[in-house]
Design a protein around this ligand. Structure first.
Ligand SMILES: [Fe+2]
Length: 264
């Protein structure tokens, strides 16, 4: 069985890196290393050997720790084929549905997910019974989605999320690349002021120790609080923030919300 360690870096961008590891054989992979020293310390503490560094995409805050971590551990660096030259230390390419870690029936599978950039992958942790969790990089955040202003496209993001994530089971856990809970819940509240689930989740979040302990959502929770997963709710469609009288397609509504979030 594979375990997950979430590592938070108190950079202004509130980055998360992840170690996915096997207690049984002591092997690990790292998704989006930010602070290499922090990751090396965690590897030593848990007695793990790092096999691979997996980058969700090419933005500097997701590849920040690549070279130092590679130097320390000799791990192989994987990235999107079109991001070669932008991902420091990249050795190998990621492929759609490729398996990048496996142990005792669990596997870590790459899903190509363009939208935030054209070179984006998410990683799904799967067991024999289905998907257990998703490492979503800058594609999906708690109560939000990534921006499309640095190499992305909101229409492609909509289609990726619709095809990959709208039907994902409720119990699948979401491990995003940043802690953007607070801002995103504020945006959700501005779109749907009467959404009690947002208020409930905010109080759950506020019970956590700030910058130490983080609320982990699942897709069931996202369907209650994330406006980008609520495009067919009247309260979103009729939101005063949209200032629109015409009836919008699901895709147009997604793009409209994304644009509003850009200037929120
Ligand atoms: Fe990014």
């Amino acid at each position: 069985m594979l375990s997950v360690l979430q590592l938070y870096s108190s950079s202004p961008l509130r980055n998360f890196s992840y170690l996915i590891y096997s207690d049984r054989n002591g092997e690990a992979v790292c998704v989006d290393p930010y602070d290499a020293k922090q990751i090396v310390t965690a590897l030593k503490k848990l007695g793990l050997k790092l096999k691979s560094i997996l980058n969700t995409h090419e933005h500097p805050d997701h590849v920040h720790g690549n070279l130092e971590l590679k130097e320390e551990t000799k791990a192989t660096v994987f990235g999107h084929p079109d991001a070669r030259g932008k991902i420091p230390g990249m050795d190998e390419i990621l492929k759609e549905s490729g398996v990048y870690f496996e142990n005792e029936g669990d596997s870590l599978v790459a899903w190509e997910t363009p939208g935030h950039t054209d070179c984006h992958f998410c990683f799904a942790l799967q067991s024999r019974t289905g998907t257990h969790s998703v490492f979503s990089g800058d594609m999906i955040f708690n109560a939000g989605v990534g921006n499309c202003t640095r190499g992305g496209n909101p229409s492609r993001m909509y289609h990726t999320i619709k095809n990959r994530f709208y039907s994902i089971p409720d119990e699948v856990l979401l491990y995003p690349g940043h802690d953007y809970w607070e801002n995103n819940l504020g945006f959700s509240e501005s779109i749907e002021p009467g959404n009690h689930s947002v208020t409930e989740v905010r109080s759950l979040m506020e019970r956590k120790t700030k910058d130490v302990d983080f609320l982990i959502s699942d897709f069931g929770m996202e369907r209650k609080i994330n406006p980008f997963f609520r495009l067919n709710e009247d309260s979103v469609r009729n939101s005063k923030r949209l200032e629109s009288k015409e009836s919008l397609s699901e895709e147009e509504l997604f793009i409209r919300l994304r644009k509003l979030r850009d200037s929120w």
